[in-house]
Write a protein that binds this ligand. Sequence first.
Ligand code: ZN
Ligand code: ZN
Length: 592
Amino acid sequence: MSKVLLMDPDLANKIAAGEVVEKVVSVVKELVENAIDAQATEIKIELVDSGVKEIIVTDDGIGMDKEDAVLCFSRHATSKLKALEDLFNIESLGFRGEALPSIASVSNTTLTTNDGKETTNVVIDGGKIVSVKASDAPKGTKIRVKNLFYNTPVRLKYLKNLYVELANVVEYVDKIALSYPNIRFSLYNNEKNLLNTDGSGNLLKVISKIYGVDVAKKMIPISGSNGDYTITGFISYPEKARSNRNAMTTFVNNRLIRNNDLNKVITDAYHTYIPASKFPIVVLNIEVDPLLIDINIHPTKMDIKFSKMDTLKELLEKLILEKLEHRNLIPTLEAKEETKREESSEILKKIIIANEETSQEEDNNYNRLEEMQLDFDVCEEEVPLYNPNAVDVTKKERIKKMYPVGLALGTYIIAENEDGLYMIDQHAAAERINYEKYLKKMGTHDNHMQDLLIPLKIELSNTDYLILKEKMDKLRDLNFEIEEFGINTILVRSHPYWLPEYALEEAIRKIIDIVISEKEFDPYKFTEKIAITLACKMSIKANDHIEMVAMEDLLDRLRETENPFTCPHGRPTIITYSKYELEKLFMRSMEK
Ligand code: ZN
Ligand code: ZN
């Protein structure tokens, strides 16, 4: 029994297709989300030539009866959503069927579906139903989309090269796999397996499949809630920070979102733990009453607004800092290579970024994929269930006492204890100690002043002097007693007690520079800037000579800081070779 049905006017579909379906990834997204809606526990995505030739999505979901199998290709027939707000309200991923007619209108599509009672096969070419017949297939749905945009050459031209199309699909499938760890996802391109998750519900396992075991080992679970929000997920050790935000994955009620405010709260919580140009790896889900969010932006962009951002910020900050403050965060040098997928995935991400920056007009280069042999092997190593470093400890227990052995390259203190060997950057370590010291002293609002026996004359350039004159009270707030003194000169009569006596003029000049350059006065940021600048200036430098006793004192004081692991610029202060790693590297077990 086959019959030919005409769809809604083709043209409308094609126009819509241009909006909804513009890339391979938009097709994959639609098909995968339909599969999730159909309660699939296993979803297989197969691409031929990055999906440009063929996309097959197979699921083991509830399937459709014959009527629905035909209906789902007719426009406006199957949308379940009434309003945008429903997106975050209901189980459904939304827009089901919305894009399906569009996809079918610009490709050769075959649907085979079994709802447990009957199996139906529907063939559609360019939006026209060619055949509907009974078939035979396991329960679930399989959709094959061939020759995307074959009948709309203009759109075909807009597909970017095979790399970019594939990179976008990989990125999307990675994220959806992270949001559904209980679904088994597999992704293939030209029969090469690119991702394989086990559907066990273990998010850390999914993370290890995507970012590699090395990253998974350095992820810290977080969870907590306040009255409004519940947050669960993983955050990375500072050492795993990346140079872009691609690995910051956030979900709201399990739906992927991209929100700049949220990303900023997260990176701010890592302040001084990582350099300002870096971003942590996070996978976080935020549960919230849909009434507290505002979806005012295009639904495919997945950006939303939180109406109680301040309480969300407070919670998130608390959860992240709580973990960072109770872990041993010293980067460990290990004798091993990164997995191939990590590298290839990095290459793909770079292509995405490069492409976002370049113009749309690019030659479709369908051969490059074969030429360059993007070869990523799926990582099969398991995340160890127990990792001795992956436990919360008290602040004191984070680093055991270290005993200096000597100074290497004039810069790095070599130290040891029963756990292993340490290398400490003497400037970074001193800088952390001094930074926390200044920050604390400046925060006490102690207006203790130090009078100068001989007032200090500071001469400035004409412009600097004029700017400073406007901002004199900022210096007075810091407990400087100052007055104007002739042409472009100020006189310092007394200074805050915490300023170092040595290099006094230099320190005061640094502070004046900050006062002059500061545009908007955020008191905390201002204080912090001074603390960082003074700490950097006043700390022992690389190649400065340091005695053994001073080394030991430095290491002891470093251990007592709030964050002994990084300098205020986010650089590491300590790295370590554990005893175990050293034994491995020297193959000591051979002689046992
Ligand atoms: Zn410095
Ligand atoms: Zn620094």
